[in-house]
Write a protein that binds this ligand. Structure first.
Ligand SMILES: *[C@@H]1O[C@H](CO)[C@@H](O)[C@H](O)[C@H]1NC(C)=O
Ligand SMILES: *[C@@H]1O[C@H](CO)[C@@H](O)[C@H](O)[C@H]1NC(C)=O
Ligand SMILES: CC(=O)N[C@H]1CO[C@H](CO)[C@@H](O)[C@@H]1O
Length: 273
């Protein structure tokens, strides 16, 4: 697939994500930090195509915000209605530099790459503080609205979580996180925040993001490896796997921070470097 040279220009202030494991004061502080996902921001300086390690067919691009796999267009005349993926909550270590905390976030979503007006998404943040305390926070978001916590879904390392993103119309969708071990799940039905942020169903993605707080990227935590399995996006009539997905590596200040491999039609592995 040819790489799109679309540049997401929507740099909108997005919202708050409090951490359920923090006390109320910290929650309020975090809300003030305006945590949110952003559409894909490509890094153009040395965008590369067809040069994935030893792989002639993969489409590879760099982003300062996203790493993972993106389906950039549905089968002709169709749109993506849903996207699914399962991952194991990873151990988390400190990232580079001297920081008060480091974070990253694994999520599945619809839109936000070539179509930047909206993203319907849900996932789990991984944060480690300078003291070494690790918190995992589950959340949902319809960009450009804020990210919100799921309450009553406290994930921990090793949990196997299935994410389901299902749009019932361009302005309505339901996101679900399910614990594969227990079958326990949380769901939220969301509406488009406004008439300009409806879904197009043009993209589906499986991402580890260096998300924004207070309009700046958070220092990236070392998430070791996140592998999405069972990765599939569906239109009204077809299921689409990852074979033709575009691979996106995180690149910041000239340094590639991830290594992404499409392992099969239903699996993508994202490794922190
Ligand atoms: C290259 O990547 C594609 C998916 O983009 C995959 O189907 C194929 O098996 C890979 N080939 C090799 C040699 O790794
Ligand atoms: C998921 O299941 C595991 C194993 O039973 C359990 O320890 C964990 O607390 C569950 N997590 C959630 C978020 O339900
Ligand atoms: C824009 C955005 O999505 N969040 C960050 C991603 O990258 C851009 C460009 O590097 C930053 O300005 C954003 O803060």
């Amino acid at each position: 697939m040819k790489l799109s040279l679309f540049l997401a220009t929507a740099i909108l202030a997005t919202g708050s994500l409090a951490r359920p494991s923090d006390n109320l004061r910290n929650r309020l502080n975090r809300r003030a930090l305006a945590r949110g996902s952003k559409p894909l921001v490509r890094v153009f300086d040395d965008e590369k195509t067809d040069v994935a390690a030893g792989n002639d067919t993969a489409n590879v691009a760099y982003s300062s915000n996203w790493s993972g796999a993106v389906l950039e267009s549905p089968p002709s005349g169709q749109s993506f209605k849903s996207a699914y993926g399962t991952f194991t909550v990873p151990t988390v270590s400190k990232g580079t530099g001297s920081q008060s905390s480091w974070s990253s976030s694994a999520w599945v979503g619809i839109d936000g790459d070539t179509y930047g007006n909206a993203i319907l998404q849900a996932g789990v943040d991984f944060t480690i503080s300078s003291s070494g305390a690790v918190t995992y926070d589950s959340w949902y978001e319809w960009y450009p609205d804020y990210a919100y916590d799921f309450s009553n879904f406290a994930v921990s390392v090793g949990n196997v979580i299935t994410i389901s993103i299902v749009s019932s119309s361009s302005s309505k969708g339901t996101v679900t996180l399910a614990n594969k071990t227990t079958g326990k799940s949380v769901s939220k039905t969301l509406s488009a925040p406004d008439s300009s942020s409806t879904l197009a169903g043009e993209n589906a993605e499986w991402i580890v993001e260096d998300f924004d707080e207070n309009n700046a990227e958070v220092p990236l935590s070392d998430f070791h490896t996140v592998t999405f399995t069972g990765a599939v996006a569906k239109t009204a009539s077809e299921s689409v796997g990852l074979t033709d997905a575009t691979v996106i590596d995180l690149k910041q200040n000239g340094v590639v921070r991830t290594s992404v491999t499409i392992e099969s039609d239903s699996s993508v592995k994202i490794t922190y470097e």
